[in-house]
Design a protein around this ligand. Sequence first.
Ligand SMILES: Cc1ncc(COP(=O)(O)O)c(C=O)c1O
Length: 419
Amino acid sequence: MIVDVNGLRGDFPLLSSGVVYLDNAATSLKPRAVIEAMREYYEEYTENVHRGMGRLAQRATDEYEGAREAVASLIGAKPDELVFTSGATASVNLVAQGLSWRKGDEIVVTRMEHHSNMLPWVRASRTHGLRLRFVELDEEGRLDFRSLEEALGPRTRLLAITQASNVTGVVNDVKSAARIAHDAGALVLVDGAQSVPHMPVDVRSMGADFLAFSAHKMLGPTGIGGLYVSEGARGEISPPWLGGGIVSDVTGEEYALLEFPHDMEPGTPNIAGAIGFGAAVRYLARLGMDAVLEHESRLTDVALRALRDVDGLRLLGPWRSDRRLGIFSFAIRNHSVDEVAALLSEMSGIEVRSGYHCAQPLHTRYGFRGTTRASLYLYNTEDEVRLLAESLGRISAILGRSGPGRATDAPAHIGGSKD
Ligand SMILES: Cc1ncc(COP(=O)(O)O)c(C=O)c1O
């Protein structure tokens, strides 16, 4: 199947404003089907879930659990393996706080993690007196598997690894990493925030124990996401938060929890969000994740070829489209990455992001003090990608050969400077 971009662009109300939206790694646009599903909940059957016998409560519960089924199915999981959380960050924190850590445990994280898959482990290691070890990256920004093997050992309790970097777009071979980690007796948490929206993901073939992801990066609303927990890992975590809606029996000091995953969702959940999330994954499933990946890979190819011609552009990550998703973080000589982002918006209506993108250690590893980041999704076109490169060419010429160097004045060895 092929993505009919021109046909589907009409589904996204914000695109009619003429914006060239290239900030998809931050958050995606929402199709009308998602907005409509949430409107329906608020206007036609607002009620709480899992609590009432009334018609509205039944429908709300059915739609909420239907969304769980749809989201689980997209990643090859069973509904009772999926916890709704407020997003990838909450999913990682749930595991970091829900695991019963043992004395002497070690946690292994990679140098390419988003802060959301790093800081919860830093704090867990401090709180419980555990050792935190880092896996290093090679010159192209890819995971160094030798370093991974060195970091893992008999004491490793958990490996936290992203499937795709939100800065370089590099896709990790998480299946091999999970196998090696499991051989060492460790659990594996995969951060799927940037992979689940853009490629087919199957938790079973991946072999992860936990997979964290967010709806808002995959056409869904903000404030909702998922945590897949394999049946085998279920017994390793207990609910970090307690309250209403997760108990079957309470007798004062004693209480009995509901079965997983309901014991992990205390309080009134984000019902409208879950329903919107369900609508988003149904939209993606109709297109087919293979088709989404293929479309974005083609655009990535076009983008890399066009960006090579931008004078002074230094790209973080590999220049090969088979090694990355459609995320391009770069600096233009020593010019301010914020200024480049502002000029793109002002001159061409292109929305991108600038800064560290919540991955400061990754930038530091390659000597970048921030980057401007353009990132693609299924509604982007070749014309938009070409406009990005042309606009950057003009910005490079306007800013000239030297500049104030406010945000970046670093060498760009990663992926090879094309200067
Ligand atoms: C790789 C990665 N992990 C985790 C997150 C955190 O996601 P959220 O802010 O939706 O919780 C992000 C968001 O940018 C991300 O790109």
